[in-house]
Design a protein around this ligand. Structure first.
Ligand SMILES: Nc1ncnc2c1ncn2[C@@H]1O[C@H](COP(=O)(O)OP(=O)(O)OP(=O)(O)O)[C@@H](O)[C@H]1O
Length: 661
């Protein structure tokens, strides 16, 4: 609770009682430093490290404060990420916070002893204390740093961001980088500076990167050396279109070799910044656990990428949920094959710190590199979209190595074909299937495995594992609902509805798009746009994205089901099925198929294979053999294929009196 110094202490005390009574919580209002609301100051917190001094009372401040109080708590205005700093605390972690009554009659309080805003930053503090001398990051032959060293580097990066570039609470710091150690460190360093980390997809081109830089309002832009050409071209586009030089982010290069800071504005170097950082810096802990921690853009599979805001509380909870869902016990060795730019690496930069594990970083990988690295470092956990699993199971025998022990693999991001899951298990991997969206901090459900299923035949096990399952421990609820009535669909494995979520690991919102935010959460549930059924045992199974479902002769066809069958054909490497417009049927399934190297299959053969295994109306009527266009998160860009199928025109020709050809 912050109160204006303009008020008498008795009025302040009265207001405090009122607020506590009305909201049953203590409201942290604003920090008053470095913001236009300077006059609104923290009355009951003080922080000796921040050089706080009594400001002059000011009417505008008092008015702003009054209007804040009259605004219901959940609706306080939060217009932009930087304006969130308005609500931030001066205090460190509230050590000098006075005791506040939560319910005086019941004798309960909220104070530093029993409350700290949840944040994944606390994981690295603990890791440095508990696992200080153990390896935290391994990269290439030479790079190996302990948890104490990594934590120290993160604090120095935070100090440099604040001191060199004036990064303040709520500012956005953008990064374009593969999974190198700096990318890992920035997941802690940027929030330690009180700022918001925004990671870009490494396959984006300069126009897209410049659009996202502008949209995010990033103040600093860190670019790994192999992507500098994209980063520089993006900045040039902004410079060409902007008259205000201050709105062009500062470029910092991340390179493998410890470089020197040349001091030239456009030429900062990550390692140089660490070397020249001020030695003392107080981590800017979030004042409010709902303060933003990261800004993630969606994969752009169905439309242009949308900016999704995560908060500290959600990130903390989702990390715990994911670590538990994925059986990450203390001191794992985690291989970084999931891009950290995708939903913050499914929250495992924070998750590996939580369990004091070793992060094996990789810039690029092939199946051979994966097998080699697993063997060399004794990898216990890794993750990947189904395309990565596909790469592993199709690796030539010469590239494979025996696994040193059980390697747990978390897969998600797209529907995993049951056949691929079965092959992975045959190779000795233990696969965990998760499902979620950028809007749910990545992982939101897990196909919880029941021990009695171990005894089932391989194909049946894979079929069960391909289901998306239940919400993980940190998500309150996942359901399949009819979006018109918001009623849950019956648990019969047949009625199709939309997957919806509610809970603490649903995004804060779409950045700068309150209309889209409200729409996405209409009725108190996050609407996913994914269509699914619920089986009698409660497990959710995705059938399609709403945009991908094929409607043929009035029957719904799940493209995922047809793809699963095509995938099980021995000659097929990848498959995607989309709707082809049809004058008679409305739509018919059209399959795009990539064959394995050297394999041969004809259109008639693929269609026949499907007709033997599926109701005939579900079998593709057209098969096209070609490479599939992908997003950088490994998803097939079905909108591109749909366009191609549309261009083919109708397969059935109506020749009059409704007779067809
Ligand atoms: N395990 C899974 N099984 C099936 N589909 C999945 C799974 N995990 C994720 N998905 C799909 O990925 C979607 C979430 O993807 P993400 O948030 O990365 O961006 P996107 O939805 O692909 O991009 P955009 O929203 O920009 O079109 C889900 O809505 C779902 O359709």
């Amino acid at each position: 609770l912050s109160l204006s110094h303009a008020m008498s202490s008795s009025r302040a005390a009265m207001l405090r009682r009122l607020i506590t009574h009305r909201h049953r919580s203590i409201v942290s209002v604003c920090d008053g430093i470095g913001s236009p609301q300077r006059q609104l100051t923290r009355h009951r917190y003080s922080n000796p490290h921040q050089g706080y001094s009594n400001p002059t009372p000011d009417l505008a401040g008092a008015r702003a404060f009054t209007s804040l109080l009259s605004t219901p708590w959940p609706c306080r205005p939060r217009a932009s990420l930087s304006s969130l700093s308005f609500f931030s605390s001066l205090a460190g972690r509230g050590e000098d916070q006075e005791v506040e009554g939560l319910d005086m009659d019941a004798g309960t309080v909220r104070c530093a002893a029993n409350y700290a805003p949840l944040t994944p930053l606390s994981f690295i503090e603990r890791a440095a204390a508990v696992y200080g001398d153990r390896p935290a990051v391994v990269y290439g032959e030479a790079r190996r740093r302990t948890w104490r060293e990594v934590r120290e580097r993160c604090v120095r990066v935070a100090a440099a961001l604040a001191a060199r570039f004036g990064v303040a609470r709520g500012d956005v710091v953008a990064v374009l980088s593969p999974n190198v150690p700096a990318m890992y460190e920035l997941h802690f360093a940027v929030p330690m500076a009180g700022a918001v980390l925004c990671t870009f997809n490494t396959r984006h081109d300069a126009p897209m990167v410049s659009a996202l830089l502008k949209h995010s309002g990033a103040k600093v832009f860190l670019v790994e050396s192999s992507l500098l050409h994209v980063g520089r071209a993006a900045l040039k586009r902004i410079a060409d279109s902007e008259s205000n030089a201050a709105s062009i982010p500062v470029l910092v290069t991340i390179s493998d070799d410890a470089g020197q800071d040349s001091g030239r504005a456009a030429d900062y170097d990550y390692e140089g910044l660490i070397k020249s950082a001020p030695s003392a810096f107080d981590i800017r802990w979030p004042a409010d656990e709902l303060d933003p921690i990261t800004l993630n853009y969606t994969s752009g599979t169905t439309s242009r990428p949308k900016g999704v805001v995560y908060n500290h509380r959600g990130a903390y909870l989702n990390t715990i949920g994911t670590v538990l869902a994925y059986d990450i016990t203390p001191m794992p060795t985690y291989l970084w094959t999931v891009p950290m730019f995708h939903c913050n690496g499914w929250h495992l930069p924070w998750g590996v710190a939580m369990q004091g594990g070793t992060n094996v970083c990789l810039r690029h990988f092939t199946a051979a590199v994966i097998f080699d690295t697993i063997e060399r470092h004794g990898v216990t956990h890794m993750g990947g979209a189904p395309t990565v699993l596909n790469m592993i199971v199709n690796a030539p025998a010469a590239d494979r190595r025996p696994l040193p022990g059980t390697v747990r693999v978390m897969t998600g991001g797209a529907p995993p074909p049951p056949r691929v899951l079965a092959w992975m298990e045959e190779l000795g991997f233990a696969v965990y299937h998760i499902y979620g969206l950028t809007e749910t901090y990545g992982p939101a459900t897990v196909c919880t495995w029941m021990p009695e299923w171990d005894a089932l035949p391989g194909e049946e096990r894979a079929r069960l594992k391909a289901r998306q399952g239940f919400q993980h421990i940190a998500m309150e609820e996942a359901d399949v609902k009819d979006p018109a009535t918001m009623e849950s669909v019956p648990r019969d494995g047949e009625a199709v509805g939309e997957v919806m979520f509610r809970g603490n690991t649903v995004m804060s919102g779409y950045y700068k798009d309150i209309t889209a935010t409200k729409e996405s959460m209409a009725g108190g549930w996050l609407h996913t746009g994914d269509l699914a059924v619920r089986h009698p045992d409660g497990y959710i199974q995705l059938k399609d994205r709403a945009k991908d479902i094929i409607i043929s002769g009035g029957e719904n066809i799940s493209s995922i089901e047809v793809e699963s069958v095509i995938f099980s054909h021995p000659a097929v490497l990848e498959a995607a099925v989309v709707a082809r417009p049809d004058d008679h049927w409305g739509e018919t399934p059209c399959a795009f198929v990539k064959l394995k190297d050297g394999a041969i299959a004809t259109e008639a053969e693929i269609i026949g294979f499907c007709r033997e295994r599926l109701p005939h109306f579900m079998a593709p009527k057209t098969v096209v053999f070609e490479d599939l266009p992908k997003t950088s998160t490994g998803k097939t860009q079905k909108f591109v294929l749909r366009e191609k199928a549309r261009a083919m025109g109708s397969l059935t020709k109506i020749v009059g009196n409704n007779s067809k050809l």
